[in-house]
Design a protein around this ligand. Structure first.
Ligand code: 0GY
Length: 315
């Protein structure tokens, strides 16, 4: 990889702009960047992209009937090529809501990864012990609870608590995704979870407010009061109003968490960036966001290597 180069391996279906298997991609869907640029920032050896997804391909792994969106296919081969191009060593693949609780596409990628990917699944309360053990064997280390109403129908908290109790003995954790405006209502539930809890995208702060203002202060308090709660300092593209390439308005929020909780932060690309409406990020820009939020090499090593290895590979 050299400065100025772009990821463009070519081959059939590389610039994926459709869904296979008879599925029709949403009319307003933005496909992932077909040729991101090489980042200037070199991630440390063994760095982990700790938040990304695979979609389908629909012909092999059909999208779930209950999905709220139909994406373009985004295969494991694309993900591995992006990983290598950006300089990462490993991935954490998070089950996307377009696949519901059918984890086959994600598990297929884990099994293909030669131990270089771990997974976060979506499971139903009636999942059997045998199925849980099979997911564990494949490399799943957590379950995701989603509270974003445009993505899923609501699941009652007592059902989620039951799932958390089932997965705790496996050493798994819970990943939570919610909007900042819902944190006051969910604060007690999140604090009650018995496992490590990883928050997606800093709890989606409104970055037009101050990083020291009451909304983000509540999120920092959640992490301060609960030493089992971690955060992904990811998705500036999803949160920013100032936009690419620097996503400058998001940086102070992420930098605050990296500085205050250096052992409880993770970073991921969020490739293939579902449901973005304003623009599709260049993944090279996203990697170049990292030194702005984690300026010290020690912070970078913890964020990109030690923390994700600790959570996903060492337990
Ligand atoms: C993300 C964010 C989104 C989607 C999903 O599973 C999903 O469908 O997570 C979103 O639309 O905000 O983390 O990928």
């Amino acid at each position: 990889m050299s400065h100025g180069s772009r990821l463009a391996p070519g081959g059939p279906g590389w610039a994926s702009t459709s869904a296979s298997g008879g599925f029709v991609m949403d009319a307003d869907w933005r496909p992932f960047h077909p040729a991101p640029r090489a980042p200037r920032f070199r991630v440390p050896e063994g760095a982990v992209d700790a938040h990304c997804h695979v979609f389908g391909p629909g012909a092999q792994f059909p999208y779930a009937p209950e999905r709220k969106y139909t994406p373009c296919d985004a295969s494991r081969e694309h993900l591995w090529a992006l990983r290598d191009f950006l300089g990462f060593g490993k991935n954490v693949i998070v089950q996307a809501t377009c696949h519901g609780s059918d984890n086959r596409a994600m598990v297929d990628a884990l099994l293909d990864s030669n131990g270089r990917a771990r997974g976060v699944a979506t499971v139903r309360a009636d999942i059997s012990e045998t199925e849980l053990r099979a997911l564990d064997e494949a490399g799943v280390r957590g379950v995701r609870f989603n509270f974003v109403r445009r993505l899923v129908d609501t699941t009652p908290p007592e059902v989620l608590s039951g799932i958390a109790r089932r997965i705790a003995p496996l050493g798994w954790h819970v990943v939570i995704y919610f909007e900042a405006a819902d944190l006051p209502d969910l604060y007690g539930f999140f604090s009650s979870l018995p496992t490590v809890v990883v928050v997606d995208h800093m709890g989606r702060p409104d970055v037009t407010q101050s990083p020291d203002g009451p909304e983000f202060e509540l999120f920092v308090k959640l992490m301060r009061e609960n030493s089992n709660i971690w955060s992904k300092v990811s998705c500036p593209d999803r949160l920013s109003k100032s936009g690419p390439p620097h996503y400058a308005d998001v940086a102070p929020f992420a930098a605050r968490l990296v500085d205050r909780f250096p052992d409880r932060v993770l970073w991921g690309t969020d490739w293939p960036h579902p449901n973005l409406k304003t623009h599709m990020p260049d993944d090279g820009d996203l990697v170049d966001f990292i030194p702005g939020i984690a300026p010290a090499s020690d912070q970078q090593r913890r964020l990109l290597v030690e923390n994700p290895l600790n959570l996903y590979w060492d337990r």
